[in-house]
Design a protein around this ligand. Structure first.
Ligand code: C5P
Length: 211
């Protein structure tokens, strides 16, 4: 199977030295890429800036920095993927204007005007063919199930992996995670709490199973 995975955060510049980003470590996406390679698939990994080592055996490895770059690459590669897993924590907003020189501090407060970035999941969900599978992640601090099911439908995902963030042992930067998989056909699989690579192996097995 041809599998496309994105991982890590994006960075949205404010000026030449500052940016907006988030706590995504890329660990879950990299674990999924490794698990998919180990299961014998052709894997392309598109990664935001993280400190992890490139998984071995990838068919292609593409580094991006901004949400706009991530959107360009994902939209270009999507058509040739059988399964796409969106694990990246893409910034939802970026500064409307990127200052060309370093902003100087003043005594007062400062206000940044932000604009929406493209919702890549939504764009891909709109052009998804019946033979393709699209899987998203929902990192939530509250109402995990409700929010995950809402996203599953809104973004035309086939599956969504819901994980709690903001508690020890689950979510960003942690080596372990707690995942529940929700399918568009109504199934729910509780994968429990375990190492990200273990969860990744179970996810890849589930997502590539013949129906
Ligand atoms: O709506 P929310 O951002 O929480 O949804 C999370 C899912 O959407 C993840 O799979 C993430 O990779 C994807 N996403 C995206 N483009 C964005 C923001 C999130 O593809 N701009």
């Amino acid at each position: 199977m041809k599998i496309l995975i994105n991982a890590g955060p994006t960075r949205e510049s404010i000026d030449p030295v500052r940016f907006i980003s988030n706590h995504s470590s890329g660990k879950m996406g990299y674990a999924l890429a490794q698990a998919a390679v180990d299961a014998g698939h052709e894997v392309t990994l598109v990664s935001g800036p993280v400190t992890l080592q490139e998984p071995s055996g990838l068919t292609d490895f593409i580094r991006i920095t901004t949400a706009a770059e991530m959107a360009d690459v994902m939209k270009r590669l999507f058509a040739s993927a059988d399964l796409t897993i969106l694990c990246a924590a893409v910034a939802d907003y970026r500064p409307k204007i990127i200052a060309s020189s370093k902003l100087k501090k003043t005594a007062g407060d400062m206000f940044l005007e932000l604009e929406r970035t493209e919702d890549i999941a939504l764009s891909l969900g709109k052009v998804k063919r019946p033979d393709q599978m699209l899987v998203g992640f929902a990192a939530e601090t509250d109402n995990v199930e409700f929010n995950a099911l809402k996203k599953l439908e809104a973004k035309n995902f086939d599956w969504i992996a819901a994980n709690r963030v903001g508690i020890p042992g689950s979510g960003f930067a942690s080596d372990t995670n707690m995942i529940k998989l929700y399918c568009s056909d109504g199934r729910m699989l509780d994968l429990g709490c375990s190492a990200k690579l273990e969860l990744a192996r179970v996810m890849i097995r589930t997502l590539t199973e013949k129906k």
